[in-house]
Design a protein around this ligand. Structure first.
Ligand SMILES: Nc1ncnc2c1ncn2[C@@H]1O[C@H](COP(=O)(O)OP(=O)(O)O)[C@@H](O)[C@H]1O
Ligand SMILES: [Mg+2]
Length: 224
């Protein structure tokens, strides 16, 4: 057996609202193998985003363990965690989260700037990635000049910038019409077939069908 790419072990998470602790996750355990294609589903408020953010190192569990690519996230310094996120994970969000004052090309280059990739290589790689997602001729456009589907393609190219083994998506087709959403999911499925580990959240069953494994969350727990 190979080691899991992501190991979630009895994670609990509560948010403090004033003096009250609001439980978001209540004992979640989950192993995700390299190359898995996992969809997290469940009603609004069931803890999907919280779990995804903890896997992505964007949030910390209140208790429990989380290992990503062999690293214990809770034990990492801020710097090491930032580096792990940069090198091991690409993120895609519902609202694309592109930098509005940067062109598509510059948005894709941004994670490579942080990873200190040289200028020439950065430019070549960003162009190749934009080509890959079907936007080879849109590099000089700003996000405001692109459709939602095009912006999400730029976000995917950006997520791939440092060639991470893991792709994480939170409602990445949520703002798109279904045809455009399917096109995005086909692209993600293609990346998975090339070996990328994919974990995504959706509440659209038609998008969930692309995954190989469905995990249902309810009230902060995995439904068995
Ligand atoms: N930053 C926060 N502060 C307080 N409560 C939060 C916060 N984020 C999420 N929650 C609560 O945690 C629970 C799970 O939320 P979330 O993970 O966003 O669910 P989902 O993505 O499945 O809709 C909900 O009860 C939500 O209100
Ligand atoms: Mg959510």
């Amino acid at each position: 057996m190979t080691d899991p790419m992501i190991a979630v072990d009895n994670i609990h998470k509560s948010y403090l609202m004033g003096k009250e602790a609001v439980p978001a996750l209540r004992g979640v355990s989950l192993d995700i193998q390299p190359g898995d294609f996992v969809c997290l589903m469940g009603p609004s408020g069931s803890g999907k985003t919280t779990l995804l953010n903890i896997i992505g190192g964007l949030d910390e569990p209140s208790r429990g363990h989380i290992t990503v690519a062999g690293e214990n996230l809770v034990a990492l310094s801020e710097n090491k965690l930032a580096r792990l996120r940069l090198q091991k994970m690409g993120f895609i969000f519902q609202n694309y989260n592109l930098l509005a004052n940067f062109t598509a090309q510059e948005n894709v280059e941004a994670p490579m700037v942080l990873a200190k990739v040289g200028r020439k290589e950065r430019q070549q790689r960003a162009s190749a990635l934009l080509e890959r997602v079907g936007l080879g001729d849109r590099g000089h456009h700003y996000p405001g000049e692109l459709s939602g589907g095009q912006q999400q393609r730029v976000a995917i190219a950006r997520a791939l910038a440092n060639n991470p083994p893991i792709l994480i998506g939170d409602e990445m087709t949520g703002d798109l019409d279904s045809e455009t959403g399917f096109a995005i999911m086909r692209l993600v499925a293609e990346l998975n077939s090339e070996g990328m580990t994919v974990v995504f959240v959706t509440h659209d069953p038609r998008m969930a069908e692309f995954a190989r494994r469905l995990i249902h969350l309810q009230d902060g727990k995995i439904l068995k």
